[in-house]
Ligand binder design. Structure first.
Ligand code: SAM
Ligand code: SF4
Ligand code: SF4
Length: 336
């Protein structure tokens, strides 16, 4: 099944909640989304039964092999390890991953490992406690996330991916400190260009640290060598260290967009099917599920949506930059 740009559907990202215990300034800033804000009521979230049914359809009928659970903060969804176990048991799903801010990992890592999670990504934007607290909107203690990372390693979820969103004037020092900390280990640190997802973060292009600048900073940690992608269309550019083990990646969504190889569909926490991270709206799959539609009706709708897909927001960004009024869903609603 190909979209209008000839791209197959290969992976699916499922957001299990719009809640978050952090207020990262690039995603859900406290000023726009105060702590007392209302989240979706639980009955408007996809249930575990609904998620499992949809993932089975995506895997069995639509060729998806990789699923990533995200949010909001997915570990805030009660019973998450049960969902992981249900999805891990789906034949044909070869890769089940989770992205988390790590805050609750100390408690949940063993259960997630037992449930059969294949891969774990932890977001970690700084190793400096004050900087970390400022980036997470004052909500988070670095130590707790580092303890969570240790717990995940002990539980057998390593090697981990560590995601760092780089913002100019905020955490550029983290490029070097994270590279040095994880150099020589099997954990992969990925530096992500700050993106204009949503509209509440007040994104400006001048806040973006471009990939080539990230690469220059990394060189101070050791000599790098470019590595081939693990698979066609991998979003991160990979680099290894010449003098030791380990790998870093750069996700240059702004300066080197990769829409041509974008094979990902997304399900928002309230059950909308999105074909792009920068979508303004999605197809109401939750409504279809709850009005009793059959599997074949769901498949027809999902298939039609994918075949009609023509998204390439990042490649068009430059042309669009003058019209920042373009309405977009927020990152915490979509799951990254
Ligand atoms: N709460 C979890 C976390 O932070 O890992 C999962 C959801 S979060 C939306 C998924 C990923 O998106 C995180 O790695 C986060 O750093 C990244 N992200 C959020 N807003 C972003 C932005 N404006 N630009 C680039 N990455 C962003
Ligand atoms: Fe929460 Fe993740 Fe967004 Fe930070 S990036 S506010 S942890 S959803
Ligand atoms: Fe995919 Fe949309 Fe991102 Fe392009 S902008 S890579 S189409 S999610």
């Amino acid at each position: 099944m190909l979209d209008r740009a000839g791209r197959p559907l290969r992976d699916l990202r499922v957001s299990v909640t719009d809640r978050c215990n952090f207020r990262c300034i690039y995603c859900m800033p406290e000023s726009a989304y105060p702590k007392e804000s209302r989240y979706l009521p639980s009955q408007r979230l996809l249930s575990f039964d609904e998620i499992e049914r949809l993932v089975r359809l995506f895997v069995n009928e639509l060729g998806v092999r990789k699923v990533r659970i995200s949010g909001g903060e997915p570990l805030l969804r009660p019973g998450l390890p049960d969902l992981v176990a249900r999805l891990a048991a789906i034949p044909g799903l070869s890769d089940l991953a989770l992205t988390t801010n790590g805050y609750l990992l100390s408690d949940l890592a063993p259960a997630l490992a037992r449930a059969g999670l294949s891969r774990l990504t932890v977001s970690l934007d700084s190793l400096d406690p004050q900087e970390f607290a400022a980036l997470s909107g004052g909500q988070a203690a670095l130590e707790q996330v580092l303890d969570g990372i240790d717990a995940a390693i002990t539980a057998g979820l390593a090697p981990l991916k560590i995601n760092c969103v780089v913002m100019r004037g905020r955490n550029q020092g983290a490029i070097l400190s994270l590279a040095r900390r994880f150099r020589g280990t099997a954990h992969v640190v990925r530096f992500i260009e700050y993106m204009d997802v949503g509209t509440i973060n007040g994104w400006q292009r001048s806040d973006v640290v471009p990939a080539n600048e990230i690469l220059e900073s990394l060189a101070a940690a050791g000599p790098l060598v470019a590595l081939a992608p693990n698979y066609p269309g991998e979003v991160a550019r990979r680099y290894g260290w010449r003098d030791t083990a380990g790998e870093v990646g750069i996700i240059a969504s702004v300066t080197q967009p990769f829409c041509g190889a974008c094979h990902r569909a997304r399900l928002s926490a309230d059950g909308r099917l999105l074909t792009c991270l920068f979508a303004a709206s999605g197809v109401d799959i939750l409504g279809m599920l709850r009005s009793g539609e059959s599997d074949s009706a769901l498949l027809a709708r999902i298939g039609y949506t994918w075949r009609e897909r023509n998204d390439r927001y990042s490649e068009d960004r430059h042309a669009r930059s003058q019209s920042s009024a373009h309405k977009r869903l927020e990152m915490y609603q979509i799951g990254g």
